[in-house]
Design a binder for this molecule. Structure first.
Ligand SMILES: Nc1ncnc2c1ncn2[C@@H]1O[C@H](COP(=O)(O)OP(=O)(O)OP(=O)(O)O)[C@@H](O)[C@H]1O
Ligand SMILES: [Mg+2]
Length: 249
């Protein structure tokens, strides 16, 4: 019997990006498979956020190609981008919740903007399920300013999940959270991966998060992909750039 084929959901090939004469990304290539998590590790200013912005079409790039869910993104129309983006979730570092909207309204927002028109009962059910996924059913009518940092992160994650994305981009999901709350968010990311079979690109330098969520790690260094491997590969490595992320003091 043939081995079960695992689909590639994201393919980045030879990506180059500069701002004027400053090269930020140089010949970056990698693939992300179905139900796989890739952690992008790199010091501040190494181009992690620029990489994600190029992938989701917020920034143009000079060279290379990007294929999302088997579709090349070069030159596609705005409506095709919108269609592709409905399969992509993005968890912003600052959560980006709407302060003037309740939790319920924040969660309904992406559904109301989607092409499909949902009935009130469907909206209610989807909001309920997303809140249950993050174990915060009781916050339905609360406002963002009544939530703790960890709760806001969960609600932002619920809002990301509500359109059932195939790929989730997490920008520093645990930064600014205490170690206990960080662990809870990591557990949640992993349970979501298991339940919905999502793939994810995770920007992080929290080594606990890297260890617990990354099936594969890519180190960005001076705009180049310095290494790709598992956490265990990185732990064993003697390369000074990799070792520097494990130094505690
Ligand atoms: N819109 C822009 N115009 C000009 N330069 C930019 C722009 N966006 C990013 N840069 C530059 O690109 C480089 C990489 O930035 P990026 O935000 O990707 O870093 P990062 O790895 O995400 O860092 P951090 O960990 O601090 O978030 C930086 O030198 C930054 O100044
Ligand atoms: Mg960044």
């Amino acid at each position: 019997m043939d081995a079960l084929e695992i689909n590639t959901v994201l393919k980045v090939k030879g990506l180059c990006k500069s701002f004027r004469d400053m090269v930020v990304l140089e010949d970056i290539s990698f693939e992300l498979k179905e139900n796989e998590n890739l952690v992008v590790l790199g010091k501040s200013g190494s181009g992690k956020s620029v990489l994600i912005k190029c992938i989701i079409g917020l920034l143009e790039f000079e060279k290379g190609s990007i294929e999302i869910l088997e579709k090349l993104t070069a030159g596609i129309t705005k409506s095709k981008w919108n269609e592709l983006r409905s399969n992509i979730g993005f968890l912003f570092q600052n959560n980006a919740l709407y302060d003037s909207m309740s939790v319920k309204e924040n969660l309904e927002f992406p559904l109301r903007r989607a092409k499909i028109k949902y009935t009130d009962t469907e909206l209610q059910e989807k909001v309920r399920e997303a809140l249950s996924d993050v174990q915060l059913e009781h916050t339905l009518n609360m406002m963002p300013n009544e939530l703790s940092g960890g709760m806001k992160k969960r609600i932002a994650l619920a809002r990301t999940l509500i359109l059932k994305p195939k790929i989730i981009f997490y920008d520093e999901p645990t930064s600014g959270l205490d170690p206990i709350t960080s662990r809870e968010i990591i557990e949640l990311m992993n349970s979501i991966k298991k339940k919905y079979k999502t793939s994810a690109v995770i920007i992080s330098h929290d080594m606990h998060c890297v260890k617990k969520t990354g099936d594969k790690i890519m180190l960005l260094w001076d705009g180049k992909c310095k290494a790709i491997g598992t956490y265990e590969d990185f732990e064993k490595s003697k390369e000074k750039e990799i070792v520097s992320f494990f130094i505690k003091e």
